[in-house]
Design a protein around this ligand. Structure first.
Ligand code: UTP
Length: 469
């Protein structure tokens, strides 16, 4: 029930947040209404949680207690190859039965990339400028054709990009995926706090809000009654991926099949780190539970320590691809505490005491976020599976350099170049081993080298940029 202005003022005083009304008298009627709505959405218990987090002496883990998690390797023994084959068959069988759905998180702000639209609309195709969304949708549609079964796709957006994402996909007719099998839902937004635990005003009449992190997925599924909807459809497993990884192998039957054969609650794909300081999460075991230690928190010693064979002690990095038992994530979402909150120290646009806008040059406050990998400690059984970076991991994070669009385009060309080479077709490469020509293949044309081989005319040569679709 809407609260009266007086009640709200009293509540703000109780929680020492009365500054949110500092410009009340200067607001128009509609602005007042909007501010009230925003305040009513705040979970005031967050204020206490924030204070505890900010004062906590932060040590993410005790290096003595943490050990690297075992993983199913890429370099496989004959028994492991056998198991992987069984897993592929199992994964395909369950895809055909409609037990597996895909979930794409696309609610982030993409601040490092600085692209003025949802990240999924970023043109990444090295020849055609195919967008990230188009790749992902076409991959799913191609798999649906193979499995002769629709694959439900859940897309998490946030307040900042929900409408734009829907409009973009509608405009492109969902890249021919059946609209009935696509479910959009929005994640929650949380207020940002200054160093003194005061909620930040973005302008005179609105609170600085930001999406609650990819871990916000669990609350968002719960609040949108999507667990019930999944149950009704008979879905049992979700393949989780992030919109910005252009090489993701969505609903990879081998990975999901392995998760099922091992009876896991949650599984993760990893790849060998490029170098000890690569910015990837580290999966370990602590007190008998699986945990992810972020790269910012792993000690330099743990980052650089080597095993007897000369490989890094923490040689694997998490690439943010998971399989979940739906019942497992549902139980976390419905538990009392759910996933923990983390603080991110950021530059948050705000107003000064006179209400003038400030664009801070250094971090002035904290955003609160949940991380999906914090689901690990809730799991009894976990699978960590190594994969090949060149085939499955090229995220777009930064405008330039590592994990940039330029790198992703080159990675795509190299990925497709390897298919031609597998078919015995020569691909010109430069001194760094990169394909000299841009190569792009729509997943609707072929999803692997074998399929490509069936379609290519004999004597096919690569002597220019190439687009097959
Ligand atoms: P990142 O943590 O890389 O964030 O998200 P980002 O929003 O893409 O980029 P920066 O940090 O602002 O530069 C990894 C994935 O998780 C999703 C993103 O959309 C991306 O697919 N994500 C992140 C959400 O869905 N919601 C969030 O609140 C945060």
């Amino acid at each position: 029930m809407p609260q009266s202005v007086k009640e709200i003022k009293t509540k703000l005083e109780k929680y020492e947040q009365e500054h949110l009304f500092a410009f009340w008298e200067q607001l128009e009627h509609a602005e007042k209404k909007s501010l009230i709505e925003q305040i009513e959405m705040i979970d005031f218990a967050l204020i206490e949680q924030f204070k505890n987090l900010v004062t906590k002496e932060h040590l993410a883990y005790d290096p003595e207690e943490l050990a690297p998690a075992p993983f199913f390797p890429l370099d496989r023994t004959p028994e492991q190859q056998d198991k992987a084959k069984k897993a592929r068959d199992k994964g395909c069988a369950l895809l055909k039965e409609g037990k597996i759905g895909a979930i794409m998180v696309a609610g982030g702000q993409g601040s490092r990339l600085g692209f003025d639209a949802p990240k999924g609309a970023f043109p990444v195709g090295p020849v055609s400028e195919r967008t990230l969304f188009q790749y992902h949708f076409e991959n799913i549609v191609a798999l649906e054709k193979k499995m002769r079964q629709p694959i439900p796709l859940y897309i998490m957006t946030s307040k900042m990009n929900h409408q734009d994402t829907r409009k973009f996909l509608q405009k492109h007719d969902y890249f021919s995926k059946d609209k009935q099998t696509i479910h959009f839902f929005q994640q929650g937004m949380l207020p940002a706090f200054d160093e003194n635990g005061k909620i930040i005003l973005a302008d005179k009449g609105s609170i600085a809000l930001s999406p609650d992190g990819h871990g916000g997925l669990l609350n968002a599924l719960k609040h949108n009654q999507l667990f019930e909807q999944m149950e009704k459809q008979g879905l049992e497993y979700l393949y989780y991926f992030q919109v910005d990884n252009v090489l993701v192998n969505i609903c990879d039957p081998e990975f999901v099949g392995m998760h099922i054969l091992d009876n896991c609650d949650m599984s993760a794909k990893t790849c060998a780190k490029r170098e000890p300081f690569e910015k990837l999460g580290n999966i370990g075991i602590m007190d008998g539970k699986y945990v992810t230690i972020e790269y910012t928190e792993l000690t330099d010693k743990d980052k650089t320590d080597q095993k007897k064979d000369g490989r890094l002690k923490y040689e694997q990095g998490s690439i943010a691809i998971h399989t979940f038992d739906i019942e497992f994530i549902r139980s976390i979402a419905e538990s009392k505490d759910g996933l923990p909150l983390h603080l991110a120290h950021k530059k948050i646009p705000c107003v000064d005491e006179e209400g003038k806008p400030i664009t801070p040059k250094s971090p002035n406050g904290y955003k609160l976020e949940q991380f999906i990998f914090d689901a690990f400690p809730f799991a009894d059984t976990v699978l960590v599976m190594e994969t090949d970076r060149e085939k499955e991991f090229s995220p777009i994070k930064n405008a330039q350099g590592n994990d940039s669009p330029k790198k992703a385009r080159q990675d795509l060309s190299n990925y497709f170049a390897a298919w031609f080479e597998e078919l015995g077709i020569h691909v010109p490469r430069d001194d760094s081993g990169n394909s000299k020509f841009s190569i792009e293949i729509s997943p609707l044309y072929a999803q692997d080298a074998a399929e490509l081989g069936e379609k290519l005319p004999s004597g096919f040569e690569i002597n220019d940029n190439l687009l097959l679709e």
